[in-house]
Design a protein around this ligand. Structure first.
Ligand code: DQA
Length: 152
């Protein structure tokens, strides 16, 4: 609860897809040396600065992420999602996000458009309000600040 309006704090759901639990150790020349915990912490700081509450889930399983999006309906104000490789083929995640009413920000550490051809397509982009890519870990607080502005 906030101490200003007496209402419930709005929740931003941050979702992390497959292999992002390995950040810090995984291909640091591409994804940097920051860990997922560090990125979540900086996203949380940005959320708190905007009086938002950040929840985070990482899963290596597509269905877990789909169910998290379902559970966010009518409960969360916005979703920030780095779907990992699911970005490129997970139509079930596309459909789940399409059924979510609030803003959705697609987030990538790297810039998939400048990498291998198979990374150029995103099935999440058509149901995203915005995409942030290529900023490394800085993209996490940027995504949350963008969401805060969309909700304002
Ligand atoms: C990624 C980009 C994807 O292509 C890749 O499969 C990932 C990470 C990124 O954050 O840059 O796992 O989403």
């Amino acid at each position: 609860m906030t101490d200003t309006d007496g209402g419930a704090q709005r929740i931003v759901l941050l979702l992390s897809g497959p292999n992002l639990n390995l950040l810090g150790a995984r291909e640091p020349e591409i994804y940097g040396t920051g860990t997922l915990d560090e990125h979540v912490a900086s996203a949380r700081l940005a959320a708190e600065a905007h009086d938002l509450l950040l929840e985070h889930l990482q899963s290596n399983h597509e269905g877990d992420l789909v169910e998290a999006v379902h559970a966010a309906r009518d409960r969360c104000a916005a979703i920030v999602v780095n779907p990992g490789a699911l970005t490129h083929y997970a139509w079930s995640l596309h459909d789940a996000l399409a059924a979510f009413d609030g803003p959705v920000v697609e987030l990538h550490l790297s810039n998939p458009a400048s990498r291998e051809a198979w990374r150029h397509a995103s099935v999440v982009a058509p149901v995203a309000t915005a995409t942030i890519a290529g900023l490394g870990g800085h993209g996490y607080p940027v995504a949350v600040s963008a969401v805060a502005r969309m909700l304002a």
